[in-house]
Every structure is written in C-alpha cells, then in structure tokens.
Design a protein around this ligand. Sequence first.
Ligand code: NA7
Length: 537
Amino acid sequence: PTGQEVREIDAVVVGAGFAGLHMLHKLRGLGLSVQVYEAGDGLGGTWYWNRYPGARVDVKSMYYNYSFDPELEQEWEWTEKLPPQPELLRYINHVADRFDLRKDVQLRTRVTAAVYDESAARWRITTDRGDVLSARFAIMATGCLSVPKMVEIPGIERFRGRSFHTGNWPEQDVDFTGRRVAVIGTGSSGVQVIPLVAEAAAQLTVFQRTANYVLPAGNHALDPEFQRDIKSRYREVRKANRESSFGIARPEATKGALEVSEAERNAFYRAVWEDKDSELVSMLTGFTDTLADEASNETAAQFIRDRIAEIVTDPATAELLQPTGLFGVKRPVLGTNYYETFNRPGVRLVDLRATPLTEVTESGLETAQESFEFDDIIYATGYDAMTGALNAIDIRGRGGAPLRAKWAGGPVTYLGLAVAGFPNLFTITGPGSPSVLSNMMVSIEQHVDWIADAIETMRAQGATTMEAETGAEQEWTRHVDEVGNMTLYPKVDSWYVGSNVPGKPRVMYAYIGGVGAYREKCEQVAADGYDGFTLTQ
Ligand code: NA7
C-alpha cells in the first residue's frame, strides 16, 4: 500500500499472540471489521520469538490455554505438564486455522504510530510497510515481555561469533556442539537455556549478576487421567482459576509461616520441592505472609539455599548460586537440572557482582579482571517489560499528546485497560493490571472479554467514544502503588518495578491485588455503566 491510501476499519489490533488472536476472534464475532498487525514472521507472539532450546511455559498446560471454546478445550491434547515452545506454537496455529484467523493478520509488519484524530474520533495507524489505516478502536495486544533488553556495555556489534537474545531467537535450529558459549543472565530464560546448551557445548560460561531461587519444574509427560479429570470439570476449574490470586487456584493459606513449627514449615517446603505436580506459585502460597513479611519469606529462602548447597558440589559455586535477597518477589523461576548443570565439567559460573562486564570484544567478553573468548554469546538479559512495547509505538492521544510523555514518570492507566486522553484505545494486560503477576491466559481472556463487552455496550448505546476519566485513572494508579507497597515486591530490584532498565521509573508495573479481586472490580465498573469512563455519542 502507498502512504496515500487510508483504509477505514472498525478496529486495529496490534500483535498476534494469544491476546491479539483472541481479540480478533471476539471482535469478528461482534461483526466488526478488524486488521491485526504482527511484527513477526508467524503467529504466536512470545511463543513465536522465544525459540531457544528449553523454552517452555511454567504454568501447567491444562491451565495455560484458551477457555472460550468448549470444543477447543476438549479436543486439544497436551502432552506435558509444562509444554515446550514448539507445542505452544502448534496450539496457537491450530487455533488460528480452526477459527480462520489468518486472513485478518498481516505479518512482518510493525505498527510505528497510532495518532488520534479528534475531529473524526478515529485512530490513524501507520506501519513500517507504509500501511495507513483509520480505525475506530485501537487495541494494543503488544505483550508484556516483548522488547528484548541487551547489556549496557559497548562493543556488542563488534563480536565476530554468533550472538543470540533468547527473546529473538532464529528460526533455524542452532547447534552448539563443541563450541565455547557464554550465557549472560540467570532469569527464567537463562535458567531454561543453560542446561541444554551445557549438554552440547565444549565449554559454557554463565555470567550471573543476581542469583535466582530456582525451583524444580517437575515437568513430565501429562498423565492422561489428570487430563481427563480436568477436562471433565473444566468450567469449575476455570472459575476457580479466575477467582484466585495468581490465576492458578490454590488452597487458601490460613497461617503465617512463623505461626507453625519449623518442622511443619519445612515439611511444606519439602513437599512442594519434591512434588512433580507443584505449581509455579505453590511455594509462595502455602502461608499467608510469604510475600508480605521478611522473616516469613526468609524461611522459604533458606530452605531453597539449603537445597542448592546439597546439589552443587563445588562450595564456591554453590555459594555464588545461593541468592541472598527475598524469595519470590522477583518472578519465580522453574528449572530442570539447573543447579546440577554446574557440576558438569566445562561449566563455569562468573560472578558479575564481583567483576562486572566492561566490554564485548571481537572474540568474546571482558570484565575488569579477565578476558574471555567465545564462539557464541547468548543474551538472556530480559525485557523492557510492560511499557516497552507500548512506548516503542508513537502513540498520540487528544491534542497530539504523546503517551510516552504522559508516562515519563511511570505508566498511568485506568485498570491497566485504558488511558485518559486516549479514547477508544485499549491495552490488553496493560500496566496496572495483574498481567505478569498472574497466569497470563486468565488475564488475557478477562481483558479481551471486558473490551469486547465495552465495545458492544457502546454500540448498543450509540456511543462513539469511550475514554477513561483522569480522576478514575489517578485513583487506580494510586491503588496499584498502595497495594504494591503492602508487599515485599518494591523492596527488591526486578523488572516488576522497572529496575532492570537503566533510567526506567521505579514503580509497580503490575497490580498485585489478585486476579479475582481485580476481575470483580472490572465487572463492577461495567455494571455501573462504565464508572470512571466517559462515553460520548
Ligand atoms: P529476566 O527475568 O529479566 O532475567 C534477565 C537476567 O539477565 C537476570 O539474571 C539479569 O540480572 C540479567 N541481566 C540483565 N541485564 C544484565 C546486564 N546488563 N548484565 C548482566 N546481567 C544482566 O528475563 P528472562 O528472559 O529470563 O525472563 C523474563 C520472563 O519471561 C520471566 O520472568 C517469565 O515471566 C518468563 P539481574 O537479576 O537483573 O541482576
């Protein structure tokens, strides 16, 4: 298309991951014309880009899938407790085919700007391929962890070997056999990729800045009986997940960690550690105060440190791998053979706290004390989370005001769904919603349903625009902050508070009030005639 042709459409959806595809399906069901733009070469968002060895979701397959179609959820057979990336991608493509979604998705196209035209009450969308679209609704399904973050040292482009970021992995298989490989970063991605690279490589050097608490993933082939059981009562299972704190139903904790005996406490931690059916959040949800009280938190932290010391044979390496900070207020990490990998010959751990990286050279990496030579460098260094993908688009609302400027001090949203001054713009799992602090599928579906209902209500009322009110937005943002401050989350550095990106405002980027309570709030807002929003004819 040339820059001159402006196509009119009801809604544009940015991103074709789980969120964007479901939004497309829903809006189509309402009879809207929809255009989806997707930067990737294929569908799947996170599961398209994260193709590194070992990539898998850390929420159980039976809870990490769409619930909107009873036939789909019955007919799809998962094979593992925690499905690997290729299986997730197959599922997404199956859904796209089944609901005929591809025809409205334009791949290899990045939305560069979304500018609100006040006189027409429409969004003007432009892409890096010259598309120009005029849409009534602009829906951002851009993902929470979709803008990879690199190290902040010079020389990255000088390296002559192969470089990879886990969140932007090439499509073809990458062979590490016999090579000297560096992995920088020990978050969820690093922890997944390290054991598999170690099996193939001649030498693996892991550069660790902060040790993480890595819990055993306990992945295994899915028990057919478990699958049958969940499928036989899926409505009830989904309901329980939706009403839970993290989007994964757990038995209600009744006591603080220090209200029970040490033996009882450790028996619980041990059961979670050893049970292959444990959930990502099991260790966090056995006691009422693990995420709120430092002394309680420390009991879980020490239990895990003790396990690390048991597994890792070299005492200096074991010590370096033992985290010192709070447990669980950075994203919990699941691993398979992670600590065991450091017992392999040829695997070395480098402590970046003692000697930070200074430079990437033509042949490897440098710290103040040592030069390292590598054939391959894997950056498992994370993302500009929550706001990165939204701020990457030049979004301008009323009066041409840029969203980036409005968010210069941190994101300000109403419910993580909408922003004052940006009518008819919705963010799926936007900042200020539970999003990354939950089972993403539960949060995505809740937002997609809420947005579709809002659009349907607008049509029924003959409304042209829906816009968050400044007061409601301020109050919500204050509430997100306040609830965050009742927990231990703000006390540690993590991407939940933006501290992994230099210069990023330090605030709570997600809502920790729980997906159940959050859903009730969103439903109440809708029931009260979209309280806190202004609808205009
Ligand atoms: P994370 O969790 O942000 O982990 C990134 C890792 O990279 C973490 O260990 C960081 O250390 C490290 N890092 C980041 N920048 C640097 C620099 N400049 N130097 C050295 N080390 C660095 O990203 P992941 O991709 O692992 O996981 C993202 C989410 O995906 C995860 O939480 C799940 O939701 C799935 P730090 O801890 O900041 O000291």
